[in-house]
Design a protein around this ligand. Structure first.
Ligand SMILES: Nc1nc2c(ncn2[C@@H]2O[C@H](COP(=O)(O)OP(=O)(O)OP(=O)(O)O)[C@@H](O)[C@H]2O)c(=O)[nH]1
Ligand SMILES: [Mg+2]
Length: 292
């Protein structure tokens, strides 16, 4: 729970049998996570046995793909704050509190894996991936004139229930570039967001996507075409903008409340002045009417 809001973590799993048990425990250890949902995407044999007994809820998605698995998880939770992550040892429960802290101010918090101080030894974030991700993220930031961005593909991120409801009908990608589509839909809907550094560690076991140079290269180009497609109108949709539909963020609410109480004080002052003008000479002459 975070400020009375239910928190869920979604783990898609394909080839993380050797790390998933520990990953689930590390998120529950925060005492902030109410539910871990494991989306078994035709995962390696033995995965279910590793999940059993951890307290996580295992669900199954037979349609192969990173995006399909995450969409299945998003559709299976009623949590108010939803954290997407991976159970391959690259992310840790340690960062949950950072995502939650920022969720007080913005409905979407993206992680970034390109901050040097947070990249651990053995992590799959060499120069090519780091600067490649950074370059596509910067291109997106400039083309959409949006908030600071330094990573396109960090799975670990937080979305509020309201943000998910707004973008969900527009999420169509079942494969590895699902992550950038979520980012682009958040931008297109005008949903406020921020990006913060995540610790990024070495993977346990074999990576099936960015571990291969050519797969990463191809994914990079698909991301670039996706961003350009969004920017130049190839994904026109009827989107309801966030401002039109959503409640103001807490700080704006606070400002409104302050403005309200200031207005009330001014009104009270005027009333007092009016009554002072009518104050009778002696208390004896005070009538019930004067007191009203
Ligand atoms: N490759 C693959 N991954 C899937 C699939 N369905 C879900 N996933 C999950 O997608 C996430 C990303 O896959 P990884 O193999 O870790 O790829 P990656 O994150 O690009 O590679 P690393 O940076 O080395 O972790 C993992 O949590 C997988 O379990 C699928 O059909 N294929
Ligand atoms: Mg991974």
């Amino acid at each position: 729970m975070w400020h009375g809001k239910k928190v869920a973590v979604i783990f898609p799993t394909y080839n993380e049998k050797d790390s998933i048990h520990q990953a689930i425990l590390s998120y529950y250890a925060t005492n902030l996570v109410d539910e871990v949902i494991v989306v078994n995407n035709n995962a390696a044999p033995g995965t279910s046995e590793e999940v059993a007994g951890t307290g996580a809820r295992e669900i199954f998605e037979s349609k192969q793909g990173y995006g399909n698995a995450l969409l299945c998880g998003l559709d299976s939770t009623d949590a108010n704050l939803i954290i997407l992550s991976e159970p391959d040892g690259t992310f840790s429960g340690h960062d949950v509190i950072k995502l939650l802290a920022y969720s007080d101010d913005v409905p979407v918090v993206f992680g970034t894996r390109t901050t040097r101080e947070f990249i651990w030894q053995g992590a799959n974030m060499g120069k090519f991936l780091r600067w490649g991700n950074w370059a596509v993220a910067k291109m997106t930031e400039v083309l959409f004139n949006t908030t600071l961005l330094t990573d396109m593909g960090c799975t670990q991120r937080l979305l509020s229930r309201e943000a998910v409801q707004q973008i969900r009908p527009h999420l169509t990608i079942g494969g590895s570039h699902f992550g950038p589509q979520v980012l682009l839909e958040v931008i297109e809907h005008g949903i406020p967001f921020v990006e913060i550094p995540m610790n990024y560690c070495a993977r346990v076991g074999e990576s099936s996507v960015t571990g291969s140079y050519w797969k990463a290269w191809k994914l990079g180009w698909r991301m670039i075409f996706l961003v350009l497609g969004y920017r130049f109108g190839l994904h026109p949709r009827n989107r309801t903008l966030w401002q039109a539909s959503a409640a103001p963020p807490p700080h704006a609410r606070q400002q409104q409340e302050d403005a309200h109480s200031n207005a009330s004080l001014v009104a009270l002052g005027l009333e007092v002045q009016k009554h002072e003008a009518k104050v009778p000479e002696t208390l004896d002459s005070v009538t019930v009417k004067d007191l009203k």
